[in-house]
Design a protein around this ligand. Structure first.
Ligand SMILES: NC(=O)c1ccc[n+]([C@@H]2O[C@H](COP(=O)([O-])OP(=O)(O)OC[C@H]3O[C@@H](n4cnc5c(N)ncnc54)[C@H](OP(=O)(O)O)[C@@H]3O)[C@@H](O)[C@H]2O)c1
Length: 359
């Protein structure tokens, strides 16, 4: 496979650190640029991250002394050196939108973890196992941007990465109503227990904007391309409550679902076990071999035990049973900064690379 030079915008942040770890030894992507705000620019990566390094393994040796660039001021030199950038920055939505469009217009593809462009109609929001066909919208986006190579592709919010994969293979039974309560880790807010001690022995019943994303984003992922736009699916009707819980990594969701035609429990379990997508068929480097792992034990999945399954790229599901008000209920778990953020971004970039979008 061809090698591509890549940059990480927001490399010093929580998701940026995950990108650094995942990309340092990647077989296809070679990290050429680490970039962040003017606060970090000019420092080595190690100095810029300082005590914020939140990973359990040290900074990769090859990145430790790389000098961090200013992602705005140094854009011209960055885009000249790389084939694509991964972007995970904490800025105002309009600033992120403009930043990502500037990189794309400079013919530098942007794989984004940010929410800013998730509802731009010609920007694909892709979970590679679920809606790889949405990449076809990139042709229309390039036309709008006036680019040959540049485009923006985004991954969805971390909260939906546990329950949408579990619901997707069941769509053939007609998903009617979904209720999901999410129990979300503190790394989802870019925090650790050191930087957010108020979260120890605590629960906060509100995460700004999260319930809207959790209800609307699945409908775009399940949407269809019509006249150069991705049109959201009309069903299912989704309602959510999103809570912040004292867990370092790993978002859990308690899900209730009703169908037009109720499947049997065995049918659901078989569909989960056999669910494969293009990443598995193409053998992409970050693809989990088994996307959905079903646990038969009543006390699984657990964030602490199961979030790192298959490099944090698999989804764990358990406790499937009938419900008195909905047809079924079950519990899902996915690693929010791996499958839900940087890992999902890397897998999306691998899919794009395999399909020739960076050439
Ligand atoms: N954490 C998750 O689980 C998760 C999951 C999915 C999506 N996301 C999304 O990913 C993005 C980053 O999240 P995070 O948790 O990694 O945030 P974070 O830890 O706060 O990191 C933010 C990054 O943005 C940079 N930055 C902040 N202000 C900037 C500015 N004015 N100009 C240039 N760079 C600036 C920071 O650079 P300095 O270090 O130089 O300040 C840092 O590299 C957010 O949009 C978030 O919603 C996060």
């Amino acid at each position: 496979m061809k090698q591509y030079n890549v940059g990480i915008l927001g490399a010093t942040g929580m998701v940026g650190q995950r990108f650094a770890l995942l990309l340092a030894e990647h077989p296809w992507f070679n990290v050429k640029v680490l970039a962040a705000s003017p606060r970090s620019a000019g420092k080595t990566y190690e100095e810029a991250v300082g005590s914020r390094w939140a990973m359990t393994v040290p900074i990769p040796e090859k990145l430790r002394n790389m000098v961090v660039r200013d992602l705005n001021a140094d854009m011209d030199t960055i885009t000249a050196e790389v084939d694509l950038v991964f972007c995970a920055v904490d800025m105002k939505k309009e600033e992120i939108k403009a930043l990502e469009e500037r990189y794309a217009k400079a013919e530098c593809p942007v794989i984004s973890n940010n929410s800013a462009h998730r509802f731009t109609p010609d920007v694909p929001m892709v979970v590679p196992e679920i809606n790889p066909e949405h990449l076809e919208i990139i042709a229309a986006q390039r036309k709008r941007l006036g680019t040959k190579k540049g485009f923006i592709a985004v991954k969805s919010n971390c909260s939906i990465q546990s329950y949408v994969p579990a619901l997707h293979p069941l769509k053939q039974f007609g998903l009617q109503k979904v209720l999901a309560c999410t129990y979300q880790a503190i790394s989802g807010a870019g925090k650790t227990f050191e930087t957010w001690p108020e979260m120890v022995d605590n629960l906060i019943p509100f995460i700004g904007g999260e319930e809207e994303k959790s209800e609307q984003e699945p409908l775009k992922v399940w949407g269809s391309i019509q006249n150069g736009e991705i049109v959201k699916a009309a069903a299912p009707s989704i309602t959510t409550q999103c809570l912040r819980v004292p867990v370092s990594d790993g978002h859990t969701a308690a899900v209730f679902v009703s169908f037009e035609k109720k499947p049997t429990k065995e049918e659901i379990l078989t569909l989960w076990e056999n669910f494969k997508g293009e990443p598995q068929e193409l053998g992409l480097p970050s693809a989990p071999k088994q996307f959905i792992h079903y646990f038969t034990e009543d006390n699984r999945p657990q964030a602490h035990l199961d979030r790192n399954l298959e490099g944090g790229m698999a989804v764990s599901v358990g406790r499937l049973r009938e419900d008195t008000q909905y047809d079924y209920k079950f519990v899902c778990l996915s690693h929010n900064t791996l499958r839900g953020a940087a890992g999902g971004g890397v897998l999306l970039a691998e899919l794009l690379a395999a399909k020739g979008y960076f050439d």
